[in-house]
Ligand binder design. Structure first.
Ligand SMILES: [Cu+2]
Length: 177
């Protein structure tokens, strides 16, 4: 990570290692979007999110915050009642769960965000779910931040086209173009 543009270069030059396609629940069926997960060379991930048709906030002039979590179970059936708890491998209290991600900031129902997470790795997240809640996470209330209804869900699926930056690929023979 010598140069300042390392993360932007990684995003523009690599494909994600995992992808989750998000869909809305029965109340908000038009919500749709994608979360892309890029492994970093040593540890951590970049997570890029683009979502549309989120419900408008109190004022169309102000951004709206939505809680955004990785939940344990990659099951987005029904209205997402089977996603389990927040992913929490270290058994710590909310909001320190590994699955407690930054809140999504929606402008007119549209989110485009990228953030850095120093802890998560691809094997931790594959076959779990990402969930958007109707409320902002208050980062206090346990166990889940008083985030309310699950309004969108996507299963995190490993991408076969992933980048080769992840550490456990270092011994792979990179002879292809
Ligand atoms: Cu959640």
């Amino acid at each position: 990570m010598e140069h300042k543009n390392f993360f932007l270069s990684l995003l523009s030059e690599n494909r994600p290692d995992a992808v989750a396609v998000l869909k809305g629940n029965s109340t908000y069926p038009n919500i749709n979007g994608i979360a892309k997960f890029y492994s970093l060379p040593e540890s951590g991930m970049l997570i890029a999110v683009e979502i549309s048709d989120l419900p408008d906030g109190v004022s169309e002039d102000t951004p709206t915050f939505f809680a955004f979590h990785i939940h344990e179970s990659g099951d987005c059936s029904g209205n997402f009642e089977n996603t389990g708890m927040h992913y929490n491998p270290d058994n710590v209290p909310h909001p320190e769960h590994a699955g407690d991600l930054p809140p999504l900031i929606s402008n007119d129902g549209y989110v485009w965000m990228v953030f850095y997470d120093s802890f998560l790795t691809l094997p931790m997240i594959v076959n779990r779910s990402v969930v958007i809640h109707q409320n902002p996470d208050d980062f206090t209330t346990r166990p889940s931040g008083n985030a309310g209804e699950k309004i969108a869900c996507g299963i995190i699926t490993e991408s076969s086209e992933g980048t080769s930056t992840r550490p456990y690929d270092n011994d792979k023979n990179e002879t292809e173009d």
